[in-house]
Design a binder for this molecule. Structure first.
Ligand SMILES: Nc1ncnc2c1ncn2[C@@H]1O[C@H](COP(=O)(O)OP(=O)(O)OP(=O)(O)O)[C@@H](O)[C@H]1O
Length: 245
């Protein structure tokens, strides 16, 4: 994925996002952190092709039909559809379902930690964490090359967020889609990512591109490593505009 001199304006006088040059390799997991209004969601929407740049070029792999899936903070499930039917939706919109599709739905649901007894439940019968798992399964079932996640776990408590972070990382390690993850939570960004892009507002721009210095696989123990706390402090410094040594 390559950004070349991208600019996004919603009106001629307001430059919302500017990205001179940015490259993200296939299979990378990158987080975007920054204050409210700095253009994180706008950047994701450009990659998702839900919006287009005012200027510049955003290139995805040449000649390949890039499958993109989006997960939002709100699970956005259809209330009158069961768990299974919600996850089936993106496949059903494309084609007549095959046995292979049914297996893919079952695999996606199990991968995110849902059990067979949950498959026929309606969203109102599920907890917030389970609804988010369904939303994640609905994105994964399309076998995306790029997974765009816009604060997917922001509404969940810390314990559940940590657990879902560990599962997401585990899924990424198995499937190796390219992950673009927006969060306000610095430890979450550090735990998940290989790279963190720190953004500032007015105009929205990337001010730091940080390599996260921890190996994979990562386990929950990493969060209590003093080096983890130190690196989180470094990211916070960049957010505040104070570069750390
Ligand atoms: N469709 C739109 N029309 C006009 N302005 C918009 C539109 N979408 C976003 N903006 C503006 O663009 C700027 C960046 O918005 P964006 O949602 O990308 O920020 P963000 O960093 O994701 O913020 P948050 O962390 O609060 O979600 C904001 O000033 C916002 O008001």
């Amino acid at each position: 994925m390559e950004f070349h001199q991208i600019e996004k304006r919603f009106s001629p006088e307001a430059l919302v996002l500017t990205v001179e040059k940015l490259q993200i390799a296939a299979g990378e997991f990158v987080s975007l952190v920054g204050p409210s209004g700095c253009g994180k969601s706008t950047l994701l929407r450009l990659v998702a092709n839900l919006d287009s740049p005012t200027h510049g070029e955003l290139r995805l792999d040449d000649g390949v039909d890039i499958e993109r899936a989006f997960v939002f903070q709100d699970a956005n499930l259809i209330p009158w559809r069961t768990t299974w039917q919600n996850v089936q939706l993106p496949l059903e919109l494309r084609r007549h379902l095959t046995q292979e599709d049914r297996e893919a739905i079952s695999d996606a649901l199990r991968l995110v930690g849902l059990r067979e007894e949950d498959f026929q439940k309606y969203p109102r019968m599920l907890s917030g964490g389970m609804r988010m798992r369904v939303s994640l399964a609905r994105a994964l079932v399309t076998d995306p090359h790029i997974l765009l996640l816009d604060e997917p776990f922001a509404a969940l408590d810390d314990l559940l967020r940590n657990q879902l972070n560990e599962q997401l990382l585990d899924i990424w390690q198995r499937q190796k889609w390219t992950g673009l993850f927006v969060t306000h939570n610095v430890p979450e960004a550090v735990f998940l990512s290989q790279r963190i892009l720190v953004m500032h507002a007015r105009p929205g721009r990337i001010v730091a591109d940080l390599k996260v210095p921890f190996d994979f696989p990562r386990t929950s123990d990493l969060r209590s490593d003093p080096e983890f706390a130190r690196f989180c402090g470094e990211v916070v410094g960049h957010l505040a505009g104070v570069a750390h040594a």
